[in-house]
Design a protein around this ligand. Structure first.
Ligand code: NI
Length: 312
């Protein structure tokens, strides 16, 4: 029987070469290509630590956005075989459609150990498929805040992401600083991303995350009422876009994550993906259970009014 992943156009690779990828010439080249891409993209969503969840922060130190470089598809990467048994996220069957009246969420208040991990700025032709392998192995469903422009470049990667049960969020079409744009330009950014996602994978995002966390309260309100998107921020930020090294990314996420957390990370960066096996296993070993952002919001809504924390 044909594997469904192959049916989607993805080549299934054996793991017999596991472990030697780092010494190979090709991955070195592709890593260099990645560095070029990263430089071209500049930093990412979490850059504006100065932008507070309530939208009042200064954005003076946010560099201008630039166009992403086009990179070729990765056909040689093999996810290294993990040592020992891989912990597995439990099978959850939670609704994602609970009505939430909140406009902004950076976490959800709950005592149960549910969390949502989010990956921004993809899809990326090499790092996103690597990450999807890691998530699938652990039965973890994540939420991807995608850039519409990258969706149009790599629609197959988005299709695979959706087919494996992950949630897609709207992260605009070109990753601009929305707080500096007119309402009509903001609307165009969000609808263009939504349409790219629908074209590629037949689904529509349920939530949005502003690039750099930069969105005024007034904008959050009309985006919620007109486009039906709650604004999703985060409660755990490992600053992975600064590329501090995989072990630092892992330790920051493990030390910062509490029940109801929304964890920010970027599948654009190879170091972030390198950090994920240890990060995901560490969170599972601590007893956390992964759900998507919409599921987490629905759980917060079910726990009663006033239970959903955020900078409304
Ligand atoms: Ni971003």
């Amino acid at each position: 029987m044909k594997n469904p992943i192959e049916a989607l156009g993805y080549k299934i690779l054996t793991t017999s070469m596991g472990g030697e990828a780092a010494g190979d010439g090709k991955p070195k080249l592709s890593r260099r290509g990645f560095m070029v891409l990263s430089t071209a993209l500049g930093s990412s969503c979490s850059l504006a630590s100065s932008a507070k969840p309530d939208g009042s922060g200064s954005l003076a130190d946010v560099p201008p956005d630039s166009a992403p470089a086009r990179t070729s598809a990765n056909t040689t990467y093999r996810t290294p075989k993990p040592k020992g048994p891989v912990p597995r996220n439990p099978d959850n069957n939670f609704p994602a459609s609970g009505s939430t009246s909140g406009i902004t969420f950076s976490r959800v208040s709950m005592s149960q150990p549910y969390i949502a991990i989010t990956f921004d700025d993809g899809p990326h032709p090499k790092n996103t498929p690597r990450l999807l392998d890691m998530l699938r192995e652990r039965n973890i469903k994540a939420t991807f805040y995608v850039i519409g422009r990258n969706v149009d470049l790599y629609p197959n990667v988005l299709r695979r992401t959706v087919s494996e049960g992950h949630e897609i969020g709207n992260h605009t079409y070109t990753h601009p600083i929305l707080s500096k744009l007119s309402d009509s330009a903001v609307r165009a950014e969000l609808t263009k991303c939504r349409d790219a996602v629908a074209r590629a994978a037949g689904v529509k995002p349920r939530t949005m995350r502003p690039p750099y966390g930069a969105l005024l309260q007034r904008q959050r309100e009309w985006i919620h009422s007109d486009l039906n998107y709650p604004t999703i921020m985060w409660s755990v930020d490992p600053l992975d876009w600064k590329r501090p090294g995989p072990s630092v990314v892992t330790s920051r996420i493990l030390s910062g994550t509490t029940p109801g957390a929304i964890v920010l990370a970027h599948d654009l960066h190879s170091q972030t993906v390198d950090a994920m096996p240890a990060t995901l296993d560490g969170l599972l070993n601590k007893g956390f259970k992964f759900v998507t952002v919409s599921q987490l919001l629905a759980m917060g809504a079910q726990s009663g009014p006033g239970q959903v924390a955020s900078g409304q």
